[in-house]
Design a protein around this ligand. Structure first.
Ligand code: PLP
Length: 354
């Protein structure tokens, strides 16, 4: 732990809290009263500031806009019954933040500074953490390159920012997913493990095509042969097959999700067998056909667990059992909610109180 982070604070004189309808929150559209900003120049982070949420001015020549030196994180804070506010496993996001930064030739942020910055902004806007069941405050830290320079080279200057969005329960209608056998999200040696803006930009066209075909989501497969499952949209793909939790091993094509790690840990705690390994499309389809695939979901911070209703491969659609009857994901979700909302023991110390 280093010294307390010095942050200049300017509070809003016009809070939007009273006029915000917390019963009608669409994901990522409602922002809290404040935001955090810091600058990187001359090899160090400086000018940490919390100020009213609003527009920022940047040059049209900044390299983030032209060459995509830009990445982000997604984290949630929860309100407990006793009014306390905790952020869920932000240390994991701090580590991943720096992995993304390194892959993109961007500066890292010391873990304790990252954590202090989150705590400071969430503390100022703690009244924006919704208390209703299934609600939370989504925290969006991000960094982008700010050199005005059209040459292709890592920027010398950057901005780090944190935005906050109160969010309601993610609508978890069972998803119709399609196994993607042409487009790829990432390839070996690429930046699939980084939460880079560019990975998202490149995934929108295949996702849009799938939507036009009536699907809700894609299952990405390996770039080389399209024979192995990689991820599900912007979430990690997890299955219960033959009574075991199976999920692709994280490697450079796959984002190392915090929710994925949380689900694996809770599965171990419950004595459930877990296999992190290559997951063949063929075995998933076989399991969907013979009924041995008893659970399938995407794991990520935004939705926590997004159940798969049906899986399609080459125009053949296989419907899975009703999500309400899925023992594994129902149980994990219950245990996880108890921890996040302070209604159960937090044996792993996952709650970071603000
Ligand atoms: C953010 C993300 C995930 C989920 O990670 P969490 O830490 O659980 O939110 C999975 N896959 C991709 C590609 C992502 O960007």
């Amino acid at each position: 732990m280093t010294d307390t982070l010095d942050i200049k604070i300017t509070k809003t004189t016009k809070s939007r809290l009273a006029e915000t309808d917390f019963s009608k929150l669409a994901f990522g559209r409602t922002f809290s009263d404040h935001m955090l900003v810091a600058d990187y120049s001359d090899g160090e982070w400086k000018n940490f500031e919390i100020l009213p949420y609003g527009e920022i001015t940047v040059s049209p020549g900044i390299s983030a806009l032209h060459y995509g030196q830009s990445f982000f994180e997604g984290i949630k804070a929860y309100k407990h019954a006793d009014g306390k506010v905790s952020i869920f496993r932000p240390d994991k996001n701090a580590q991943r933040f720096n992995k993304s930064a390194e892959r993109l030739c961007m500066p890292t942020i010391p873990e304790d500074i990252f954590l202090q910055s989150l705590a400071a902004i969430v503390d100022i806007d703690r009244d924006w953490v919704p208390a209703a069941p299934g609600h939370s405050l989504y925290i969006r830290p991000f960094m982008f390159a700010t050199d005005q320079y059209l040459g292709v080279a890592p920027s010398q200057t950057y901005k780090y920012m944190v935005l906050l969005c109160p969010v309601g329960p993610y609508f978890t209608k069972p998803l119709r997913v399609k196994i993607e056998t042409y487009y790829t999200r990432s390839a070996a040696g690429g930046m699939g493990f980084a939460k880079s803006s560019g990975n998202y930009g490149g995934s929108m066209y295949p996702a849009k095509k799938a939507t036009e075909e009536g699907f809700d989501q894609l299952i990405w497969t390996d770039a080389k042969e399209h024979k192995y499952v990689e991820e599900m949209g912007a979430a990690n793909a997890m299955f219960v097959l033959d009574g075991k939790l199976i999920t692709p091993l994280t490697q450079d094509t796959i984002l190392d999700g915090v929710t994925r790690d949380t689900v694996i840990t809770l599965a171990h705690d419950a004595g459930f067998l877990v296999e992190e390994r290559n997951v063949a499309v063929a075995e998933i389809i076989e399991g969907a056909k013979n009924g041995k695939l008893t659970d399938a979901f995407g794991a990520g911070t935004a939705a926590t667990i997004a159940p798969v209703g049906s899986i399609s491969l080459n125009s053949e659609e296989y419907t899975l059992i009703d999500p309400k009857e899925r023992e594994f994901s129902q149980k994990v979700l219950k245990t996880l909610d108890a921890i996040r909302y302070g209604n159960g023991p937090d044996v792993h110390g996952w709650n970071y109180f603000v």
